[in-house]
Design a protein around this ligand. Structure first.
Ligand code: SF4
Ligand code: SF4
Length: 331
């Protein structure tokens, strides 16, 4: 199975509750960034550039837990920065598991081996390790020699220790799809539980030449989509139809809201027009229709998974649901 059954059960229960209450706009996954500090300076990273003046600021553990209570999502992605650098990281994970949350823990993997003894495997906890290519290419992107080997050692150590492990690959303009095929083969042999692959984000604070246009995204993803049965790819098949140009989806910017030391980021994970002090303010004050319409010039080339994967849930038909169930077990 690509995703644990317990995650499907929690998400289905949550969606039914929302439907019964007649709520139209609600989040699915909280993107929690307790710190933006990082031990890398990757060429395509917007976070460390956008927040360079406040990298020293961290959310308190209380703030993190309050944000989780506000958003009420069944899934929390802990990201950053490098969240292993967050002072209260073990307590945060423990507290979220105690609240029955499913956790995806995004890390560049450099510190993973060292930190593994501080965590316990859990069916609702998944390490999500960022790997953008095979050794030479990944090290070039993250601007650190030896980074790939360290992350892979962490990945293998986590698997050996009984953890669920997935990987996250960003596709840039320079990405060679042949290289990704070799990487995904290696990750499949290392028995990763899932491979997430998505186009690079057009962060406002990063040089735009690294990122793909919609046409370039479609060209690269047409081949990647054919690998769904060879490798445990967990990017949603309907989202993959979108990034290959077979289906149109509107953005759902409220689907994966981001909370960081500056507040609730509006409107989405990528672009920042405001930060709000509370989740309800974010939902009430953001002009969602403006961003959903795609008329904002910054949205023109965007196909990012955190904006469009939640749309799969919003626009899902009965046929889509059957396809998703088959896809989850068919690997
Ligand atoms: S590891 Fe992540 S947060 Fe750190 S610089 Fe790279 S992309 Fe940015
Ligand atoms: S399309 Fe959606 S996710 Fe992409 S930049 Fe616009 S609002 Fe953000």
């Amino acid at each position: 199975m690509r995703f644990p059954l317990s995650l499907y059960a929690s998400m289905t229960r949550y969606l039914l509750e929302k439907k019964l209450r007649g709520e139209e706009r609600f989040p699915l996954v909280l993107m929690l960034e307790p710190t933006h500090r990082c031990n890398l300076t990757c060429s395509g990273c917007g976070r460390i550039r956008e927040y360079h003046k406040t990298l020293h600021e961290e959310m308190t553990l209380e703030d993190c837990l309050h944000s989780v209570e506000e958003a009420k999502t069944p899934v929390v992605t802990i990201t950053g920065g490098e969240p292993l650098l967050y002072g209260e990281i073990s307590s945060l994970v423990e507290a979220l598991l105690a609240r029955k949350k499913h956790i995806y823990f995004c890390t560049n993997g450099l510190l993973l081996e060292e930190f593994l003894p501080r965590f316990q495997p859990h069916s609702r906890f998944t390490w999500n390790i960022h790997l953008d290519g095979t050794e030479k290419i990944h090290d070039q992107i993250i601007c650190k020699e030896g980074g790939f080997r360290k992350a892979l050692a962490g990945l293998k150590g986590a698997k050996k220790g009984g953890f669920r492990v997935s990987t996250n690959t960003t596709v840039y303009r320079e990405t060679n799809v042949d290289d990704l095929e070799i990487l995904f083969q290696e990750l499949t042999e290392a028995r990763v539980d899932g491979i997430l692959v998505a186009p690079g984000f057009s962060y406002e604070d990063v040089h735009q030449q690294v990122f793909l246009t919609r046409q370039e995204i479609m060209d690269k993803f047409r081949r990647i989509q054919t690998w769904a049965k060879r490798f445990p790819i967990i990017s949603n098949p309907i989202y993959l139809d979108f990034v290959t140009g077979k289906r149109f989806l509107q953005c759902t910017p409220w689907g994966n809201p981001t909370r960081n030391p500056q507040g609730w980021k509006s409107p989405c994970y990528l672009i920042t027009d405001s930060h709000y002090g509370s989740f309800s303010e974010l939902m009430e004050k953001t002009d969602w229709e403006h961003y959903v319409s795609g008329k904002d010039p910054r949205c023109a080339q965007c196909m990012v998974h955190c904006g469009f994967e939640p749309t799969v849930v919003r626009q899902m038909t009965g046929k889509d649901l059957l396809r998703m169930i088959r896809w989850n077990v068919d690997v």
